[in-house]
Design a protein around this ligand. Structure first.
Ligand code: GTR
Length: 411
């Protein structure tokens, strides 16, 4: 089924730059009523709120109620993890509402030689146990997609996939650089399927409600919510410098990280790794994945209201660079990969570029140039960007850049 739907969508996919339609880029600094914004105070008072509200009600969907952590429970802890250089904690957060319950587990590694640690926080796709060979990492019992490569059958995670994604998580580099790493299996917050009877959504339904209302959260907003709840926990943990937590995410989880950073200004920065359509890439370019395609294949990701823009990008009064602008003045890193045309690398770059006018209101350096930098030649301003060689993935090269950039802008 996957291949059939891929071939249908690929057939309609535009990968030719000269066929990108002409459109006017919605100006982050002009309000919906046409007023010009020229100070950061005016941005924060009028423009930022109206843009944020637009994305909340028409793109990702609003969170019906802000649940607090009911309890947190340290499931496991080891002061000599990763050959003695890190402290490992596995902490479970539990939420209850309407006699229903949801729990998810944060796997946290903190370098032993650093106090008040800055942390990279990001979801993983196939369970915390996939990101490391560390035998003590608990295997999630949450629903997962079947995957032959990872030996996943019956939608259940097993030890067969332990360590299968170590390539995407440069844990040693992160710890050696003095940062902590926190990760969560995204399926524990909301299983990634078009089914709203599970995950966090169903805890918050009103009477007779069985799916979110048109302006209420899809899965991306639910995942973003989970990152904020992890932040609630970090604020209670004295070993973590909660004012220095960077939300990180790859692909769909990069979309979630961006939305988390836009919603929750406690995040010190955001890294979008190959987030593409509905993430960093500009929708109006219709290059690679389009709104119609993403909303068809993943009807549960965005809110129902967003579907009115399928094959109708012209009607959008915003574009994704304005999502990025909501993160200003905090450091923002947008990363692309050369072969990842589906995610529209140029559209991701232009988004970072067009968000930069808002950063400049704060005296921060964004992306100055309209030309993309050469491959593997990163720009490490407050708004950072690189395009590396290779495919849709997270590599050591990516992490090396994130660490260098965090050293400049977070320390
Ligand atoms: C693709 C989807 C992309 C991206 C990716 C991923 O199938 O079309 O938008 O989110 O999945 O998350 O790996």
């Amino acid at each position: 089924l996957f291949f059939i739907s891929m071939s249908i969508s690929k057939a309609q996919t535009n990968y030719t730059e000269s066929e990108v339609p002409f459109f006017e880029v919605p100006n982050p600094l002009t309000t919906f009523k046409g007023e010009t914004i020229s100070t950061n105070t005016a941005w924060e008072k009028s423009r930022r709120p109206e843009l944020h509200a637009f994305f909340r009600e028409n793109v990702y969907g609003r969170v019906p109620e802000n649940l607090k952590i009911d309890s947190y429970n340290i499931l496991e802890q080891d002061h000599n993890a990763l050959n003695g250089k890190a402290k490992r904690t596995q902490v479970e957060l539990t939420f209850t509402k309407n006699n229903k319950e949801l729990s998810f587990t944060i796997l946290l590694y903190l370098p032993k030689h650093v106090k008040n640690t800055a942390v990279f926080l990001g979801y993983n796709f196939y369970g915390n146990h996939t990101i490391t060979e560390d035998e003590s990492v608990i295997i999630s019992t949450a629903w997962t997609d079947n995957n032959k490569e990872f030996g996943i059958e019956n939608n259940t995670l097993t030890a067969a996939s332990r360590g299968k994604r170590t390539n995407r998580w440069a844990i040693d580099k992160i710890i050696d650089a003095g940062y902590g790493l926190a990760t969560i299996y995204y399926g524990e917050v909301d299983p990634d399927k078009n089914d709203f009877s599970d995950g966090i959504h169903h805890l918050l339904y009103g009477e007779n409600q069985n799916q979110p209302k048109p302006d209420e959260w899809g899965s991306i907003a639910a995942w973003a919510w989970g990152l904020s709840k992890a932040m609630d926990y970090f604020e209670t943990n004295p070993e973590i410098e909660a004012t220095k937590v960077i939300a990180f995410g790859h692909s769909r989880l990069g979309k979630a990280a961006l939305w988390a950073g836009a919603n929750d200004q406690r995040f010190a920065g955001v890294i979008s790794n190959n987030s593409g359509c509905g993430g960093a890439a500009m929708s109006k370019r219709k290059y690679g994945e389009t709104l119609a395609v993403i909303n068809q294949r993943f009807p549960h990701w965005f809110c129902t209201n967003f579907k009115q823009y399928n094959n109708n990008e012209e009607a959008l009064v915003v574009d994704q660079h304005q999502l990025l602008a909501l993160i200003a003045p905090r450091p923002l890193y947008v990363a692309s990969a050369e072969e990842d045309r589906w995610a529209d690398p140029r559209g991701e770059f232009l988004s970072a570029k067009y968000a930069s006018s808002v950063y400049e209101l704060y005296g921060k350096k964004g992306i100055g140039d309209m030309e993309m930098p050469s491959t593997n030649l990163p720009i490490h301003n407050t708004v950072a960007y690189h395009i590396r060689t290779g495919k849709h993935d997270v590599t050591d090269y990516d992490w090396e850049q994130y660490i260098k950039w965090a050293n400049i802008h977070l320390r």
